[in-house]
Design a protein around this ligand. Structure first.
Ligand code: ADP
Length: 448
């Protein structure tokens, strides 16, 4: 096992990793920008190294500075968290080339899944069903027209290098295809420096269902069931549940078998998530994330597993040590992402937290790096906390989340807590009857 790990991240996820390390008896090194000198992850780590100025490009994405910090502190492994360098194959490779362990999959697998076209062709070859669309990259608008006519409108033009909902444009009809084609490519070129695009049928009422996977270095792969992440705005998740109100245990077993067999054949190791759109009883693979997900806690609650501890153990070369049949599901978990945003316009709202009082009690978990007096910097992601509840049934989890949201005090900045309250009060949400399009229709209705 490692004796010291460097955490190449900030905010709640840096704390999350730090907590797992501490329970394993592993020393931690925090890295931070000048804007984060007072951050909680810096305060709680055994050692901290400043790696650059506020801009992430010069600090949290600064590979040379992070590697120097690891070398001078004698860290043996690097946990990348999510975002920043977590899905950067070159970074993983460089870390390993310096004799350190990257806590995640191999650089080859990160690279393979980072290109969504390669990800889809790989999964198809391994027997995983896909959303209907183009066979790989589209090289001309004419080709896009042919594929769109074959799969039927509406269609989606998507960037091969896409992420965070960027580089994705809908064409409702053939008339809109040229604009969608141009816009998706321009956005992809600007955001990712790569304008390769592909086409998918735009599904009208799917749910976003994803499967949590762990693999060891010896070909053993298990899954921890599904998360329903259909509540999204601008293709960004806001509230997640485990399990999905729409999936039966039999369906979970079936898709779980397909996914674990595929990843075992690939030799996939460490944590990963397969994302599917689910409609009319069919799972259609869209992409794989080769890292820990923001919403991993809902899985931890229903499976009673510490996924970060598992990531560290597996990266250290330990075997999984359990089989699929040993993984059981208990109760229901919900996560609300608390963003420092205006709950109506969603404009980011950085500033000083005048009062911070997180909720507590049975079945309530808050993953956050906030404290009273903390200044939320304007340079990074607006998510400031995750509120997670666990209860025996979905109905009880909803009641628990409502009371936890009522207890949650964050003064001085605006947050999306009021929006979460409205969602949890809504009869359709309470029935579990929603798709990926529901939240945008719901917020439009609220703004009415
Ligand atoms: P990103 O990597 O940018 O997150 P994804 O491929 O994971 O992109 O898609 C993000 C979200 O966009 C999905 O959860 C879903 O809501 C929507 N989406 C993606 N593909 C489709 C599709 N073919 N039809 C309808 N919605 C889609």
């Amino acid at each position: 096992m490692f004796s010291k790990i460097l955490i190449a991240n900030r905010g709640e996820i840096a704390l999350r990793v730090l907590r797992a390390c501490r329970e394993l008896g592993i020393k931690t090194v925090a890295v931070h920008s000048t804007a984060d000198a007072d951050a909680m992850h810096v305060r709680l780590a055994d050692e901290a190294v400043c790696i650059g100025p506020a801009s992430s490009r010069d600090s949290y994405l600064n590979v040379a500075a992070i590697l120097s910090a690891a070398t001078i502190t004698g860290a043996e492994a690097i946990h990348p968290g999510y975002g920043f360098l977590s899905e950067n194959a070159d970074f993983a490779e460089t870390v390993e080339a310096h004799g350190l362990t990257f806590i995640g999959p191999t650089a080859d697998h990160i690279r393979m899944m980072g290109d969504k076209i390669t990800a889809k062709t790989t999964m198809l070859a391994l027997g995983v069903p896909l959303v209907p669309g183009s066979d790989g990259e589209l090289t001309s608008l004419e080709q896009a027209r042919e594929v769109a006519a074959r799969v039927g409108y509406p269609v989606l033009i998507k960037a091969a290098a896409g992420g965070g909902g960027r580089g994705m444009k809908v064409a409702q009809t053939a008339d809109e295809l040229e604009d969608a084609w141009n816009m998706a490519r321009t956005e992809a070129r600007a955001a990712f420096g790569n304008d390769a695009v592909y086409l998918e049928k735009y599904m009208d009422r799917p749910r976003h269902i994803e499967l949590q996977i762990l693999g060891d270095n010896y070909g053993n792969v298990v899954h921890f069931g599904e998360r329903d992440c259909s509540l999204q705005r601008r293709h960004q998740k806001l509230l997640e549940e485990a399990g999905s109100p729409a999936i039966s245990a039999e369906q979970r077993d079936a898709i779980g078998r397909t996914a674990t067999e595929a990843l075992s054949r690939m030799g996939y190791r460490n944590a990963g998530t397969l994302e599917f759109l689910y409609q009319d009883g069919q799972f259609c693979f869209i992409e794989m994330n080769t890292r820990l997900q923001v919403e991993h806690p809902v899985t931890e609650m229903v499976c009673d597993v510490d996924l970060v501890r598992e990531q560290i153990r597996l990266a250290a070369g330990e075997k999984l040590g359990y089989a699929q049949k040993d993984i059981t599901f208990s109760g229901h978990a919900i996560e609300c992402r608390i963003n420092a945003e205006d709950p109506v316009t969603f404009a980011p709202c950085p500033g000083t937290v005048a009062v911070y009082h997180p909720p507590g009690g049975l079945g309530v978990r808050v993953d956050s790096a906030l404290y009273t007096g903390y200044r939320v910097p304007p340079f990074y992601d607006s998510m400031i906390a995750k509120l997670i509840v666990h209860a025996p049934t979905r109905e009880q989890a909803i009641a628990r989340m409502q009371r936890a949201l009522d207890e949650f005090v964050v003064e001085g900045i605006k947050t999306v807590i009021p929006l979460h309250r409205q969602i949890l009060d809504d009869p359709q949400f309470r029935k579990g009857d929603y798709t990926i399009h529901w939240l945008e229709q719901f917020t439009a209705r609220l703004q009415g």
